[in-house]
Design a protein around this ligand. Structure first.
Ligand code: COA
Ligand code: AMP
Length: 631
């Protein structure tokens, strides 16, 4: 059996040969002549001169290879109580007709399409329909507000928007249509048309001449053929939070993403074609793109599309029920979801009710996996629990436990080791390598492997500035951590203003921009304080303009509402504190990291450059009133 070490060294010795070999698992119309294409300035692309189609590899080839009657998708919605099963044969038809409807209305190669849909199979079908005709999709998470959708419309200028009438949260119906209409009204760019799936749970109004019903739109259309695209052609754009309010449009190129995702299914998630794989995330996030939609389908697995929550739909046994009922072999979710289950069912009584003998392992990612959660899951499930670390930008695991290749010993607190393709380094501020065990910025030697971002959408200079400039020759991950003597990586913190709330990546900078827009707010800061369930929770501090005399609670409530209205409920922004001053350095920089330490009752060194240390006591007092900074 090949070991991890041998595989990693094989890649290191000859990356070009390694990635050419992996590319053979994908069906190309024209195979690439070589793997890596270098463009200077740290810019690289993979398989640029191959011709390939993502939808063909995810759907049609399995039909041609005898998997037509195998389930491609199982949609399990404990919210509606319905389960729908779709074979590869059916998926091919559904996708081809939807693609035909887009083609018939002028959407083609290189056009962008926004998809704004909840966790239903049609979201996957819409993504694949775009891939089929070489259109570039950009899925927007349903928990974002209209303004966030508008920003994305203006950035990627979609020719069409595909949406559903509603999403279903346990406590409410989320009407998508008013959000969509609001966003289109706010945006400067106008899509040519919208395709709307009317869900039974809520039917929305349609705008004559712009909105087409999902089924009506397909009537009379021919199924679309496959349109191969070059390997470096964008498959999709996925917006993610950065330091500022303007989200970054991460570009995923087609060829590399097919090769890399296919590689991960056996080597990391340890599943063979035909088996059921489940990632309980959302299509709006990168986990949803890679592991609800593309990777399991490319690899010939059955993917579970889950519309529900870990708890309350109807109980903390939902995950285990689905694993038993659909014979899930590999299960992937965020640590927050397991924390929620653990809180509700600490003794694991629900786990005992189900037969989980088919499950091989639990995979966690999206945020730091705390030791308590890992140990609880190991103990209660009696299965390996593998943490793995990655980002929207990379699209798949940077560091993980390659269980299908060789399951390495788990060290709790570490997502294990770098995957082939990733040369991970720990650097100090000046870019010097740190010794094992020393903390530093985590950087990856260029080039990044296939499947990772080649650039940001229409913003190559921003890509270079954000990721390639701090450490020349390296990609800056934005995470800090260390590598131990055995080569195990530890992820400790972000080096920027990104926070992680329930596995959702959010920008405190974006929240500050919204708070600063409040007419009574003179200045503000948002921090991510430790939260037992969600990992981090945003807390806003606002200083009022001179002469503002309104009740502080009123202003705080308006701030909370502003963020919900302008960013969305997913920000989970529940607390704004009115304070007199913010702690700053003498040069005026707000000491956010120190504020986080105070909120978390962690030890900290008084920053040498602090202007007035007394402000820290004021912040502490404000935090204590809401239950933080108590120890
Ligand atoms: N559409 C519309 N609204 C959404 C939404 C969606 N797709 N997803 C979440 N929201 C809303 C929720 O309804 C909630 O609104 P509320 O303030 O009115 O209650 C808000 O956004 C925050 O949602 P969430 O973070 O899901 O918190 P919660 O308190 O409802 O549930 C957990 C807590 C732990 C159960 C939940 O966070 C969870 O399942 N986490 C796992 C996250 C995950 O899988 N992340 C994937 C990243 S890999
Ligand atoms: P996203 O782009 O939403 O996937 O968020 C990526 C960020 O989430 C990373 O840069 C990390 O900060 C954090 N993250 C993801 N996975 C892990 C993990 N396994 N351990 C620690 N942090 C993680």
């Amino acid at each position: 059996m090949t070991t991890y070490r041998e595989t990693y060294e094989r890649w290191q010795r000859d990356p070009e040969a390694y990635w050419m070999e992996q590319s053979k698992a994908i069906d190309w119309e024209t195979p690439p002549s070589k793997a890596l294409f270098e463009h200077g300035d740290g810019l690289f692309e993979w398989y640029s001169d191959g011709m390939v189609n993502g939808c063909y590899n995810a759907v049609d080839r399995h039909v041609e290879n005898g998997r037509g009657n195998q389930l491609a998708i199982i949609h399990d919605s404990p919210i509606t109580g319905k389960i729908e099963k779709i074979t590869y044969n059916e998926l091919k038809d559904r996708v081809a007709y939807l693609a035909g409807a887009l083609l018939a209305r002028g959407v083609g190669k290189g056009d962008t399409v926004i998809i704004y849909m909840p966790m239903i199979p049609q979201a996957i079908e819409a993504m694949l329909a775009c891939a089929r005709i070489g259109a570039i999709h950009s899925v927007v998470f349903g928990g974002f507000a209209a303004a966030e959708l508008a920003v994305r419309i203006d950035d990627c200028k979609p020719r069409a928007i595909i949406a559903a009438s509603c999403g279903l949260e346990p406590n409410r119906i989320v009407e998508y249509k008013p959000l969509l209409d609001g966003a289109i009204q706010m945006a400067k760019h106008l899509p040519d048309f919208c395709v709307i799936l009317q869900r039974e749970e809520h039917k929305c109004d349609m705008i004559e001449g712009r909105d087409l019903d999902w089924y009506e739109a397909q009537r009379g259309c021919l199924p679309a053929a496959i349109y191969p695209v070059p390997g470096n052609f964008p498959a999709y754009i996925l917006y993610t939070s950065g330091t500022t309010g303007a989200p970054k449009g991460v570009v995923r190129a087609t060829g590399g993403h097919l090769v890399a995702l296919n590689w991960t299914m056996k080597n990391i998630y340890n599943v063979d074609p035909g088996e059921v794989f489940w990632a309980a995330s959302d299509v709006g996030w990168v986990v949803g793109h890679s592991y609800i939609c593309y990777a399991p389908l490319i690899h010939g697995n059955t993917t579970v599309v889950f519309e529900g929550k870990p708890i309350g739909t109807p109980d903390a046994g939902t995950f285990w029920r689905i694993i038993e009922e659909h014979d899930v072999k590999s299960f992937f979710t965020a640590p927050t979801a397991i924390r929620a289950v653990k809180r509700e069912d600490p003794k694991g009584e629900f786990i005992k009710k189900y037969d989980l003998s088919g499950l091989r392992a639990l995979y966690l990612a999206g945020e730091r996996a705390d030791p308590d959660t890992i140990e609880w899951a190991q103990d209660k499930l009696g299965k390996p629990v593998y943490d793995h670390w990655w980002q929207t930008e990379t699209g798949y695991t940077i560091a993980g436990n390659p269980a299908g290749l060789e399951a390495l010993p788990v060290k709790i607190g570490s997502p294990t080791v770098p995957m082939p393709g990733y040369d991970v380094h720990i650097l100090d501020e000046a870019g010097h390598p740190q010794k094992p065990g020393e903390l530093g910025a985590i950087a990856i030697k260029l080039p990044l492997p296939p499947g990772t971002l080649p650039t940001l959408w229409n913003a190559t200079q921003r890509y270079i500035k954000s990721y390639l400039t701090t450490f020349p020759g390296y990609y800056e991950t934005g995470d800090a951590g260390m590598i131990d003597e055995d080569g195990y990586l530890y992820i400790m913190a972000r080096t920027d203003d990104v926070i992680n709330v329930a596995g959702h990546r959010l920008s405190t900078g974006a929240m500050e921009e919204v708070l600063a827009g409040h007419p009574d707010v003179a200045e503000c800061a948002v921090i991510g304080a430790g939260d037992q369930l969600k990992g981090q929770a945003p807390i806003g501090f606002v200083c009022l303009s001179n002469g503002v005399n309104r009740p502080h609670e009123e202003i705080a409530a308006e701030c909370v509402k502003r963020i919900r209205d302008q960013i969305g409920p997913v920000a989970a922004f529940k607390t704004a504190l009115v304070v007199d001053r913010l702690p700053k350095t003498r040069s005026g920089k707000i000491l956010r990291a120190t504020m986080v330490k105070i909120a978390d009752s962690a030890e900290f060194k008084l920053p040498a450059t602090i202007d007035d240390p007394e402000v820290l006591n004021e912040i502490k007092a404000a935090l204590q009133k809401i239950g933080y900074a108590t120890e």
